[in-house]
Design a protein around this ligand. Structure first.
Ligand code: FES
Length: 100
């Protein structure tokens, strides 16, 4: 089974994580120790906002609901919602989050 590596911008932020193909980013972390926080888990609140720093071609395209949320909350074109992110290769992310 394929595995991908998720790297975080700051090495101190979190060690790289191996992700099994077919799982979303959110499904790949133990929520208690995840470097990315989640709220609604449905693409609305923005708590899981991340910037994709490398490997943007290794993630799914945002659906209409995610696009709506990103239009309101994103500050960079690299922004995505981790709860909606499906990964198909190695990526590097920066956790941003949104606290309303
Ligand atoms: S957890 Fe709310 S948008 Fe991802």
């Amino acid at each position: 089974m394929d595995e991908y590596t998720i790297t975080f911008q700051s090495e101190g932020e979190h060690a790289p994580v191996k992700l099994t193909a077919g799982k979303t980013l959110m499904e790949s972390f133990d929520k208690e120790i995840s470097p990315i926080r989640y709220g609604c888990e449905g693409g609305v609140c923005g708590t899981c906002l991340v910037n994709i720093l490398e490997g943007a071609d290794h993630v799914n395209a945002p659906d209409d609901e995610e696009k709506e949320t990103l239009e309101e909350l994103a500050t960079t074109p690299q922004a995505r919602l981790a709860c909606r992110l499906e990964v198909s290769g190695d990526i590097k992310v920066e956790y941003v989050g949104f606290n309303g």
